[in-house]
Write a protein that binds this ligand. Structure first.
Ligand code: WT7
Length: 658
């Protein structure tokens, strides 16, 4: 199982799966020469890829690189919405399904490219009517429904950068993101469906909106239909606005470097970073990689299961697929609702051909058992993908056999919110696969594994993953904070000019990359990035808590789970004791507090109350030892501890817990 998939077992993986001949014969990329071509002249390579888009004006220069600030396709003018919608209307694709939507309750909608054009231009007119213009930020807090894609594209059409906040985030998280971006309008819904229950998005939005001075108008999509509060003069129903909005709205001719969106992601500090992506380079990056990695054809029904609230959804549910004129499937709800075969039922219902999901989901499917996929006809599938965390070879093999029927290549794609596009991945027609390895960097991507000084490490040795040359979909900055952009990504290897990804990696004797996970204070829970600092701040925000130390411990399904070690304030401890509150109750309250502060995804799996935390003589909490305890290992080096008795007692108590 997953917990045995340690770094060592991964690197012992020796199985190789060669691309089936029939696949190679029909593949979008058939020849390895593309790597050499891209390396010989990266700018020419990316300029050639940029030709896949429609430009109102071609660029004067491919790249302007003032490290670490990049401008791609300088002088070029284009519109992302035009590229995702309008240009497909000129061909037969006008009548092709752009979005297939499956709601959790079983409702379904298909929007052709023409339908999408109609709704997007109408909504662009709505936004303009509300006073939104180029450069104004629009916050979006919606479930996985077509209106989410429509809202994004409408923003892109008029040059208003969107900032999407995942529907699972809390009111406070939403508030902070709205305020950091200074959003003028919020687009939300009454609710969304999740495991048969309503997620009350509008209630959360209302709580956030009491502290968001920049928001002037709120557009509310009716999805779940329950009664919601509508504030007079501020809140407007989407369907009412749309009923009055005309079809047709010009797509702004935007500069290639015009900000397309901001997307917040957790870093090593408590405050999420607003990752900024711009129009030209981003769209070139995602359309190129979507075409090559997913081997996309016009006949495909392509399904990426990510929520659009994450970068995977931005790049590979919406922008990449639609720029390529693909049929992209959106599913609103949970994989186990109403039963644990929902995904397989969807694949069968729509004849999905390319399927992209996360290792954590695959591990859950494994646990639920092969009987669920076995009930469905999955023979339309021809290619599978994974993203978000390293995949253990057992899960890879299960996916390959039980979902792919032993005939579909699997593309394990390494990338980040910041990279915007897939960076390390097989090309399914030409790259032999090794279960657990993302294989090699894509053409036009220069990666390396280096030591602390930035020198390449030997094959087989662990090091830090870096990107050595700028790439078109790279983040341009942290919104409103160039300094943080420089410090987080570029300061570490300043002399070499390398981008530091925050991941550890190794390369094997075939030069294949094996991603070993984060080397900073970021933990990866079910493919979602959480910052230990952010979790700790949420805990100490609770009036009872004196100190908190959060670590990621390995978890069979989620990859990592959040474990918090907490000390209480003496006063609170006395009061809770007097009130006869049990440890269980207190721990439950603290878990709920974190969920309220950040969102349900951040709810700690364990909260462990302790009298003291292990510290060095200089007062630094030794999280490494807490990880040893939580993962049941022998304690590592304890010589720098101020008081070794603390850790011994903590370990004994932890092991004795129920
Ligand atoms: C971090 C980025 C954009 C993907 C969704 C998550 C980890 C991502 C892989 C992979 C091993 C992976 C890394 C990375 N990661 N894909 N195929 N193999 N690790 O985006 O939230 O920006 O997180 O996810 O640790 O740094 P994100």
């Amino acid at each position: 199982m997953a917990k045995e998939a340690t770094i060592d077992t991964l690197l012992e993986e020796e199985r190789i799966f060669y691309p089936p001949e029939e696949f190679t014969r029909q593949a979008n990329v058939k020849s390895k020469e593309i790597y050499a071509e891209a390396r010989a002249n990266p700018q020419l390579y990316w300029a050639m890829q940029a030709e896949r888009l429609d430009w109102f004006r071609k660029w004067d220069r491919v790249l302007e690189w003032n490290p670490p600030f990049a401008k791609w396709f300088v002088g070029g003018k284009l519109n992302a919405c035009y590229n995702c919608v309008d240009r497909h209307l000129k061909s037969w694709r006008r009548n092709k399904a752009a979005i297939i939507f499956e709601g959790e309750p079983g409702d379904s909608r298909v929007l052709t490219y023409w339908d999408l054009y109609r709704e997007v231009t109408q909504f662009a007119n709505v936004l303009k009517e509300l006073g939104v213009g180029a450069g104004d930020r629009v916050a979006i807090y919606l479930p996985m429904i077509p209106e989410l894609a429509i809202a994004m594209l409408a923003c892109a059409r008029i040059g208003a950068p969107h900032s999407i906040v995942f529907g699972g985030f809390s009111a406070e998280a939403l508030r902070d993101r709205i305020n950091d971006a200074g959003a003028k309008v919020l687009i939300t819904a009454d609710g969304g469906w999740r495991r048969g229950k309503i997620v009350s998005l509008k209630d959360n939005a209302d709580a956030a909106l009491s502290q968001t001075p920049t928001v002037e108008k709120v557009v509310v999509v009716r999805r779940t239909g329950q009664e919601v509060n509508m504030q007079e003069g501020r809140d407007l129903w989407y369907h009412e606005l749309m009923a009055k909005a005309p079809v047709g709205c010009p797509a702004e001719e935007l500069d290639s470097e015009h900000m397309l969106f901001i997307l917040y992601t957790s870093g090593t500090t408590g405050k999420p970073k607003g990752v900024v992506h711009t129009t030209g380079g981003y769209l070139v990056g995602v359309s190129t990689t979507h075409h090559m990695v997913f081997d996309i054809k016009d006949s495909d029904v392509y399904w990426c299961t990510a929520d659009i609230g994450w970068i995977t959804g931005h790049s590979y549910v919406v922008y990449g697929p639609l720029a390529n004129g693909t049929t992209t499937l959106m599913y609103e709800g949970a994989p186990d609702w109403p039963a644990q075969d929902r995904f397989w039922a969807i694949i069968e219902k729509y004849g999905v051909t390319v399927f992209y999901t996360a290792p954590t989901a695959i591990r859950a499917f494994m646990k639920w058992g092969r009987k669920w996929p076995a009930q469905h006809n999955l023979s339309t599938l021809r290619l599978l993908g994974t993203v978000g965390e390293p995949i253990n070879p057992e899960a890879w093999m299960w996916y390959y056999e039980n979902i792919g029927g032993g005939r579909c290549p699997i593309v394990d794609t390494w990338w980040q919110t910041e990279t915007g596009m897939i960076m390390i991945s097989p090309l399914p027609g030409i790259t032999p696969l090794k279960p657990g390895s993302a294989t090699v960097p894509l053409p036009g991507v220069e990666a390396d594994v280096v030591d602390k000084e930035g020198n390449p490490v030997l094959l087989g040795e662990g090091g830090l993953l870096v990107i050595k040359e700028p790439w078109p979909a790279m983040l341009r900055t942290v919104y409103g904070d160039d300094q943080r952009y420089i410090e987080t990504y570029w300061a570490r290897f300043k002399d070499k000019g390398y981008y530091f990804a925050g991941d550890g990696a190794k390369r094997d004797y075939h030069n294949y990359y094996w991603i070993l996970g984060r080397v900073d204070d970021v933990i990866n829970v079910a493919g979602h990035r959480l910052s230990t600092m952010e979790l700790e701040s949420a805990l100490v925000d609770h009036p009872w808590v004196a100190e908190a130390a959060v670590i990621g411990r390995s978890h069979e399904i989620k990859g990592q789970a959040v474990a918090a070690f907490v000390t209480l304030k003496a006063r609170a401890f006395e009061e809770l004791k007097a009130a006869k509150r049990s440890f269980k109750e207190i721990e439950g309250e603290l878990k709920a507090h974190v969920a309220k502060k950040i969102g349900a995804i951040a709810r700690p799996d364990d909260v462990f109350l302790t009298a003291e935390l292990p510290k060095t003589r200089s007062g630094k909490i030794m999280r490494r030892l807490l990880r040893d305890i939580a993962e049941g290992r022998v304690l590592g080096d304890t010589t720098t501890l101020a008081d070794p008795a603390v850790i011994a007692e903590l370990k004994a108590k932890y092991e004795a817990r129920e």
